[in-house]
Design a binder for this molecule. Structure first.
Ligand code: URA
Length: 208
């Protein structure tokens, strides 16, 4: 069974409130989302493998830990995923970026793919799928399926706010994928929006 890790640290929750406020302007929204993404990534990357290398401090030689190869991949579900991307890359700067463009059919709420750009080698690399809003779970499930077909060593989902049906759907299809979020809100409305949520994350990030 996979875990839902809710990062309830005050530094995250205070920033989440900034993001939820209707009056927060896009520039503040983007900067705050990037900050929260660092905290979420910090939690999500906790089990990344490390290896020891011999180094010298000014005082003595020692074996010190560094990230192990191969480098991870951060898969952004366009377009809102890009709001989390830079913050996650701040924590794992050696990672590669990957992009999946999914538009949501507003009637069926099913994802329609319009972009797929990933590194040549995915096999054996840890993947972090990023999308701020885990609503129905349809986009996340589609992204995880798509990247899994290429044989990554692990997949972790990083979202900002989730709704229970989205969590349940990812659980059902990908029980071994951990989900890292800042909050699980109670309601998914009939249009597929999370309530209280923060509105349309893409619109709020990109001022559309
Ligand atoms: N996508 C969003 O941007 N917001 C929601 O509340 C749900 C899905």
């Amino acid at each position: 069974m996979n875990a839902v890790i809710v990062v309830d640290h005050p530094a995250v929750q205070d920033r989440l409130t900034t993001l939820r406020r209707r009056e927060t302007p896009p520039a503040v929204f983007r900067a705050t989302l990037r900050e929260i993404a660092r905290f979420l990534a910090y939690e999500a990357t906790r089990t990344l493998p490390i290896r020891s290398v011999p180094i010298e401090t000014p005082m003595a030689p020692m074996d010190a830990p560094v990230f192990a190869e191969p480098p991870p991949i951060v898969l952004s579900i366009l377009r809102a995923g890009n709001g989390l991307l830079d913050g996650v890359l701040d924590v794992i700067p050696h990672a590669s970026g990957a992009f999946l463009g999914l538009a949501r059919d507003h009637v069926t709420l099913q994802p329609i793919e319009y972009c797929w750009k990933v590194p040549e080698q995915v096999a054996g690399r840890p993947v972090f799928v990023v999308d701020p809003m885990l609503a129905t779970g349809n986009s996340a499930v589609a992204a995880i399926e798509r990247i899994r077909a290429l044989g990554p060593s692990s997949v972790t989902l990083i979202a900002l706010v989730a709704a229970p049906p989205g969590v349940a759907r990812v659980h059902e299809v990908h029980p071994d994928v951990p989900i890292v979020v800042a909050a699980v809100d109670p309601i998914l409305d009939h249009r597929g929006y999370i309530v209280p949520g923060l509105g349309d994350a893409g619109d709020r990030i990109w001022a559309t």
